[in-house]
Each structure stands twice: as C-alpha cells, then as structure tokens.
Design a protein around this ligand. Structure first.
Ligand code: HEM
Length: 147
C-alpha cells in the first residue's frame, strides 16, 4: 500500500471491524511477512503467475466495488465524503490503484514469461487508464483532490 493519508484512513477503519475479522487481517499480514511470500513468489515466473492470479482476486473485488460506488453514489450526489467519512472519489481508487500498480510491476519484471496471464494483464492495463479518467471526471466539481 502507498504511504499516503488515504492509506492511513484504511488503517483507521480497521479499528471499527469485528474483532475476529481484525485478528484475521493481522494474521494474514504477519504470516505474509514471516514467510516473505512476495519475495518467495517473485523468484520465478511460475510462482509469480500464481501470485498475480491471487492479486487478481483482490483487483476483481475492488473494481466491482468501485463500480457500485460510481453507479449508486457518485452518479447520484456531488457530496464529497462517503458515509464513513472518507473522500468519496479518491479513497477507494487509492486501494484499487495500489493493487493495479503492483500487478503491473510484476508484469514488467516478468515481461512475456507469465504463462496464462494475458487476459489479466490486459484488464490491468485497461482499468488503470479507465480509473485515472474516472477519478479525474468525478473530482471535478467536488471538494476532492486527485491523490
Ligand atoms: C452497492 C454496494 C456498495 C457500495 C455503494 C459501497 C460503497 C462503499 C464506500 C463508499 C466505501 C468507502 C468507505 C466510507 O467512507 O464510507 C466502502 C468501503 C468498503 N466496503 Fe463497500 N460498498 C458496497 C458493497 C460492499 C460489499 C458487498 C462489500 C463486501 C463484501 C464491501 C466492503 C467494503 C470494504 C471492505 C470497505 C473498506 C474499503 C477497503 O478495505 O478498501 N462493500 N464501500
């Protein structure tokens, strides 16, 4: 995750989640740190492709979630903040962009060697561009800034 004030809001929101969910997230983080899962996965193209597929699940959720927000909130109101108080246009894209950027950096590192990932790579490229345009469009006229 990028180290920005928007990411700080994400950390703060975790405090409002149910205890067992919080414990699960903390466990995932410490298990990933302990096993150095990212370092391990990026040692060869086969495991990097599996790593990319795992991240694709997160991207898929975050993209769909952004589409809900666009359709049900952004198109209906110009209010600059969501119910939880986060900046409505930039906060969810901050998280979505983090996963898209990481996926793109894996693609660059293993250029052409990630077997069976062409469809994923194409989606990442397309969504990065679309997201940038959408954030710019919905920022206009709202008291939000492009992060
Ligand atoms: C119409 C459906 C939905 C809309 C319009 C929506 C909208 C939003 C908005 C605007 C936020 C920003 C937080 C705030 O300041 O209020 C948020 C956060 C969040 N929502 Fe939803 N949401 C929807 C459905 C869901 C569903 C079905 C899930 C889970 C299954 C979900 C999980 C989350 C999570 C985990 C966050 C924190 C963001 C993050 O971790 O990146 N949302 N949602």
């Amino acid at each position: 995750m990028p180290d920005t004030p928007l990411t700080e809001i994400l950390r703060d929101f975790r405090a409002y989640r149910p205890g067992n969910h919080r414990e699960f997230l903390e466990w995932v983080k410490s298990a990933a740190d302990e096993s150095r899962v990212q370092h391990f996965a990026l040692q060869d193209a086969e495991s990097a492709a599996l790593y990319l597929r795992a991240m694709n699940q997160v991207r898929d959720f975050r993209w769909r979630h952004w589409c809900f927000t666009r359709e049900y909130i952004l198109k209906k109101t110009r209010h600059p903040t969501a119910t939880g108080g986060s900046p409505i246009v930039t906060w969810l894209p901050n998280q979505l962009r983090a996963v898209l950027d990481l996926m793109d950096s894996v693609r660059q590192q293993f250029d052409g060697r990630l077997r069976g990932c062409d469809d994923i790579i194409e989606i990442v490229e397309r969504q990065r561009e679309t997201l940038q345009k959408e954030v710019k469009k919905y920022c206009e006229g709202r008291q939000a800034e492009i992060a």
